[in-house]
Design a protein around this ligand. Structure first.
Ligand SMILES: [Zn+2]
Length: 297
């Protein structure tokens, strides 16, 4: 399972626009609190900690509708970005703490990671889009957080999802991985970049590889995608058939790149080779799956 995918909730998109229906759901709802955009995680094994409305003062805070878990309505509530966790001192569930979303993704069950990721992306969008980009007026949240309406100019605004291509160039039994100068340590990964206006996925893949490693590729094949709530990306994972092995790093974004054979890749993934000069991506990243699925095929 790719982290942040597999969300099991019924988002009830045809009903959440009805304020009376939404109010009834909210009265029966459970709420996942976020503080500084970190979800509350509690219990052993750890789970996303949904609390009753009273425990999180839901009436006075921004809440977004996540969906129905069976018949149970689930919401997320934004406790803001203050210096101290707002629930401190009140009875938190067993061992509860606000965890960084990436760290939480390592310990939560897949379904909880997907739900918390949806919640984070939606809360974050609402927090950043309080004012109308068209006229600057304070907007009103609608449809449980999936729309904001401007009472002045009538413009409607919808949550962003930003497409990012992430691609592994392959050539004759080898793949090219790169060390981005922003990466910590000796991480080597697939290449990635935002899709620009007026560009197809395939064109974005070819442009990014030309810019970052001056590598020419032919066929581009879609493999899998991943919601990535940092803050609102959709990672579109592809393989790109390189026309040759020659490349030249740009020296700015990419500091180093190397071809790895399938055998070298498998040995690093299964730990039979420890290479201190190269660390491959961790399991919550789609890059891990792109590399692993190719190497094990
Ligand atoms: Zn407006």
């Amino acid at each position: 399972m790719i982290s942040f995918s597999g969300n099991p909730l019924d988002r009830a998109s045809e009903r959440r626009g009805d304020p009376a229906w939404l109010a009834a759901q909210r009265a029966a709802g459970l709420f996942l609190p976020f503080w500084q955009m970190k979800p509350l995680v509690a219990g052993m094994p750890p789970r996303a900690a949904f609390l009753a409305a009273g425990a999180v003062d839901a009436a006075d805070r921004t809440c977004v509708f996540l969906g129905l878990d069976g018949t149970q309505p689930l919401f997320a509530v934004d406790l803001g970005a203050g210096d101290t966790a707002p629930l401190a001192g009140s009875p938190l569930p067993d061992g509860g703490e606000f965890r960084d979303m990436r760290a939480a993704a390592f310990v939560l069950p897949d379904r909880d990671t997907a739900i918390a990721g949806q919640a984070k992306a939606l809360l974050d969008w609402n927090a950043r889009h309080r004012f109308c980009p068209n006229c600057g007026t304070l907007t009103e949240m609608k449809d449980g957080g999936y729309r904001r309406a401007c009472p002045h100019c009538g413009a409607e605004h919808f949550p962003r999802t930003d497409p990012v291509v992430i691609m592994l160039p392959i050539h004759d039994g080898a793949c090219l991985v790169g060390h981005n100068t922003r990466f910590a340590g000796r991480l080597f990964s697939a290449f990635a970049g935002f899709v620009e206006p007026g560009e197809t996925v395939e064109e974005a893949v070819r442009r990014e590889l030309r810019e970052e490693v001056n590598l020419e590729v032919g066929a581009v094949r879609y493999h899998a995608s991943q919601p990535w709530p940092f803050p609102s990306s959709l990672m579109i994972g592809c393989y790109a058939d390189a026309l040759g092995r020659d490349f030249a790093i740009d020296g700015h974004e990419i500091g180093e790149a190397r071809w790895l054979t399938k055998e070298e890749t498998r040995a690093r993934l299964d730990g039979s080779v420890i290479d201190e000069t190269m660390v491959l991506p961790v399991s919550i990243a789609i890059a891990h799956h792109l590399i692993k699925d190719w190497a094990s095929a």
